[in-house]
Design a protein around this ligand. Structure first.
Ligand SMILES: C[S@@+](CC[C@H](N)C(=O)[O-])C[C@H]1O[C@@H](n2cnc3c(N)ncnc32)[C@H](O)[C@@H]1O
Length: 274
């Protein structure tokens, strides 16, 4: 659980200025994302356990972001194993490479679910990514082709559309634009339920080993951090340089916002290729 309070050190927010007359924020989507993804890391640990990674395996980290789990996977497969980590966001791959210089068994590439190289993977690991893949039929088909027989695909996402986001995202319309909610939730992402994922996997030839839902919760006490997080996850969909500390604080006070409780209905899935 990620718990952020009003006392969260301001230094957590890259580029945040405490200067009295210089309160414009100069943040970058990938670094915002890199610093404020604690919840995703914590719940992703259970996906690592579900994957059951073995020494010497060849793993694809699909949508690796800034590479936190790529490095975990690299340790688990050991020097005889290999991790190919792909993400279409070049800025995130740059950060991932810089943070992983001592991991010779990782190859980072700016690619996506339809362009990643390699075959005969033992495992495809996919944390908080599948909702961003528009054509999920094509995704399952390609993963089935690229895994070895007996190989596994594990994924973590939300079960259905996370309705709780509506309140929070509407609160951001003042800063991120009235269409931010729609763009982030329905243009950048396509949400499916557990039963649809089962159908997609089975139609592609996979055997479903497990589908589990889990209720999770995070709490954000600072509007500054939350807007920075949404700037990151939306890949910079709005201009955060126009957002200043005083307007955020004024908004928070006017709307009596003390903290944001964010429940998440998580979905953990493991399928294997017969
Ligand atoms: C929420 S992040 C998760 C990053 C990483 N898996 C982690 O757990 O830290 C989602 C990532 O999926 C990537 N992504 C979006 N569309 C993709 C696609 N079609 N194929 C692969 N990755 C994609 C995004 O660029 C983003 O970095």
């Amino acid at each position: 659980m990620a718990v952020f309070t009003d006392n969260t050190p301001i230094s957590l927010i890259k580029g945040f200025s405490n200067g009295r007359h210089n309160r414009r924020c100069h943040w970058f989507p990938a670094s915002d994302y890199n610093q404020l993804q604690d919840h995703q890391k914590i719940v992703g640990e259970a996906l690592i356990n579900l994957a059951g990674v073995q020494q010497g395996e060849k793993v694809l980290d699909l949508g690796c972001g800034t590479g936190h789990f790529t490095r975990v996977l690299s340790e688990l497969v050991g020097p005889e194993g290999r991790v190919v980590a792909v993400d279409p966001d070049a800025e995130r791959i740059k950060i991932a490479k810089e943070s992983s210089k001592k991991k010779p068994n990782i190859k980072f590439l700016v690619e996506n679910d339809q362009t990643f190289p390699g075959q005969d993977y033992d495992l495809v690991f996919c944390n908080h990514v599948i909702q961003r893949v528009m054509d999920k039929v094509a995704l399952f088909k390609r993963l089935h082709e690229k895994l070895r027989s007996g190989g596994s695909f594990v994924l973590l996402t939300f079960d259905g559309t996370p309705e709780f986001m509506a309140d929070i995202l509407d609160a951001f319309s003042e800063f991120a634009g009235p269409d931010f909610h729609h763009k982030l939730m329905y243009e950048q992402q396509v949400w499916e339920t557990a039963s649809t994922y089962r159908e997609l996997a089975e139609a592609a030839g996979f055997v479903v080993k497990s589908i589990d839902t889990k209720q999770s919760h995070e709490e954000w006490g600072s509007l500054k951090e939350l807007i920075s997080y949404f700037h990151g996850v939306s890949h910079g969909l709005f201009d955060i340089s126009t957002v200043d500390e005083e307007s955020l604080e004024q908004y928070r006070v006017e709307n009596n916002l003390r903290s944001f409780h964010v429940p998440r209905k998580l979905l953990y899935i493991k399928v294997t290729k017969p």
